[in-house]
Design a protein around this ligand. Structure first.
Ligand SMILES: NC(=O)c1ccc[n+]([C@@H]2O[C@H](COP(=O)([O-])OP(=O)(O)OC[C@H]3O[C@@H](n4cnc5c(N)ncnc54)[C@H](OP(=O)(O)O)[C@@H]3O)[C@@H](O)[C@H]2O)c1
Length: 365
């Protein structure tokens, strides 16, 4: 590709927005060219807004001199789009759900595709909830979405909640090989960066864990069903199973969500060795194109008894791989394992960028 595609980041100052800038700093296809956040940050250069607020180890790349715009002012982004400075936007806004839903639709109506991290449109029946390796075919609802909404160039796609990333791809790999999954019990241990910044008060996190994350258990129990679902008449139809019971906990880890999973198969049950072989060899993206953000292996199987661990494994495969370990029989269901993924990379900005790469590959961007 000769020239990089200029992209916008809505919510560029937040935890996820920072990760977008960091990951896009040397991305071969896309470059951050339009930044927006709340009216509090608007009108200043990014480097000035972020003084004392940048939370990541790497830098923000060449975006420091860009002016931060008000994300609520769609006309600014539409003008940038016309001038060739904003081909599409990554949305990483934290606002009321209804406000985000309306705002993202305004961007799409203005001809600007939206690749979103927010939950606002996850249950909109014509909006795909994409994990690039799992349901890339769901992106093909975009023409129907555009047609029914009267949108010419714009569209909306979302990615799922960060907490389900650490086990959804392994489940899909098993489903793909013909193993039905009937029931699932999952207990997550989620990093504090998942709550944005400043997020959970330090008094609640030091020497402690919090056994409640608002809305997270419902999302964990419902979102896999849309991801494993089908398209009928331009709308998504949920898969009927698995039934999921989720416990979601906030733990004093900076980055990396961990999940302990027990699952029950249908009549056909794979051996432990077969499960490991399926996960080790799983690869779903088209081989003919190298997706820059894709991990070399989407699932990494750890054989050590004490892995995966957030500090040691969250950055595996460009922080985009799901690490699984402790794969063993379950005394109540059939199989137990522990999954781990990086919540602001795989679970947020990295997942969004990989979705955009997929959409570019499919010709939608
Ligand atoms: N953190 C994660 O691991 C994670 C994972 C998956 C999905 N998500 C989702 O990604 C989104 C961003 O999360 P985050 O953790 O990055 O949140 P965050 O750190 O709180 O950042 C929120 C961003 O939204 C902007 N914003 C807030 N109020 C606004 C308003 N009224 N108008 C316009 N912009 C406004 C903020 O701008 P200012 O700085 O100017 O206030 C900031 O850029 C959320 O929808 C979240 O659910 C997060």
């Amino acid at each position: 590709m000769s020239k990089k595609i200029p992209v916008g980041i809505l919510g560029a100052t937040g935890m996820v927005g920072q990760m977008y800038l960091s990951l896009l700093a040397d991305h071969p296809w896309f470059e951050a060219a339009y930044l927006a956040a709340s009216p509090r940050s608007a009108g200043k250069k990014y480097r000035d807004v972020m003084a004392g607020r940048w939370r990541l180890e790497g830098g923000w790349g060449p975006a420091g001199d860009l002016l931060v715009e008000d994300a609520n002012d769609v006309s600014k982004a539409a003008a940038a789009n016309k001038e060739g400075r904003c081909a599409f936007v990554f949305s990483a806004l934290e606002m009321e759900k209804d406000e985000i839903r309306t705002l993202e639709e305004k961007y799409a109506a203005a001809g600007i595709p939206v690749v979103s991290n927010a939950s606002a449109h996850r249950w909109t029946a014509d909006v795909p909830m994409l994990i690039a390796e799992v349901n890339p075919h769901h992106a093909d609802i975009i023409p129907a979405q555009r047609k029914s909404r009267g949108w010419d160039k714009g569209f909306i796609v979302v990615k799922p909640n960060c907490s389900i990333q650490s086990y959804t791809t392994p489940l899909w790999a098993l489903l793909q090989r013909g193993y039905e999954i009937k029931r699932l019990l999952v207990t997550t241990m989620q990093a504090v960066s998942g709550a944005g910044y400043p997020g959970v008060p330090s008094w609640d996190m030091i020497d402690n864990l919090v056994p409640y994350i608002g809305g997270e258990e419902e999302k964990s129990e419902q979102e896999p069903l849309k991801i494993f679902g089908t398209i009928k008449d331009g709308l998504f139809v949920n898969a009927p199973e698995p039934a999921v019971s989720a416990h979601c906990n906030r733990v004093p880890v900076s980055d990396g969500h961990t999940a302990c999973v027990s699952l029950e198969f249908g009549v056909k049950k794979p051996s432990i060795e077969e499960v490991k072989q399926i996960w080790t060899t799983f690869s779903a993206l088209p081989q003919k194109e190298q997706f820059p953000m894709a991990p070399p292996r989407p699932i990494i199987v750890r054989e050590e008894n004490d892995r995966p661990q957030p500090r040691k494994d969250r950055n595996a495969g460009k922080a985009m791989a799901v690490s699984v370990g402790r794969i063993r029989p379950c005394n109540v269901f059939d199989l137990r394992f522990v999954g781990l993924s990086h919540n602001t990379a795989r679970g947020a900005a990295g997942g969004g960028i990989l979705n955009a790469e997929l959409l570019k590959f499919k010709g939608y961007l």
